[in-house]
Design a protein around this ligand. Structure first.
Ligand code: IDP
Ligand code: MG
Length: 134
């Protein structure tokens, strides 16, 4: 089924100059880039994106990190786009991410793990609205 998802290149990967190579992974996999924007998240956007993690030990560091510099916000579409994007990303901890995944190739630690992607169709709709409006 054709789906829409939200993905975001995090400040570590933008600072490391990996934007083009990461976007290529999505394009090479056949996902269509519907929206694309570089910018620094507001605190409200960061908290909205990570509301499920509020109160966890890493939450304050996560909000500080994700607002620490520019990110690349993207809306991607295609067959099974939500799961496809997550597969291309690899697991949350880059140390456990296989070579060939974005986190496996460009990341080292969970705190700065290169890329965000919506985890469900419902999260995707919420995150697209949060960052691009509905
Ligand atoms: P995901 O990004 O793979 O969906 P989530 O569990 O939703 O992973 O966590 C959101 C983000 O919070 C992660 O991408 C990572 O940046 C950060 N994070 C998650 N767990 C930890 C942790 O145990 N320590 C530090 N940061 C974490
Ligand atoms: Mg998540």
């Amino acid at each position: 089924m054709k789906e829409t998802t939200y993905a975001m290149i995090k400040p570590d990967a933008v600072a490391a100059g990996k934007i083009g190579r990461i976007i290529s992974r999505f394009e090479d996999a056949g996902l269509c880039i519907e929206r694309l924007e570089l910018g620094v998240l507001t605190r409200e956007q960061a908290e909205g994106n990570y509301q499920e993690h509020r109160g966890k030990p890493f939450y304050d560091d996560l909000i500080a990190f994700i607002t620490s510099g520019p990110v690349v916000k993207m809306v991607l579409s295609g067959e099974g786009a939500v799961g496809k994007c997550r597969t291309l990303m690899g697991p949350t901890n880059p140390a456990e991410a296989a070579p060939g995944t974005i986190r496996g190739d460009f990341g080292l630690i969970t705190d700065a793990n290169v890329i965000h992607g919506s985890d469900s169709v419902e999260s995707a709709a919420r995150e697209v609205a949060l960052f691009f409006g509905s």
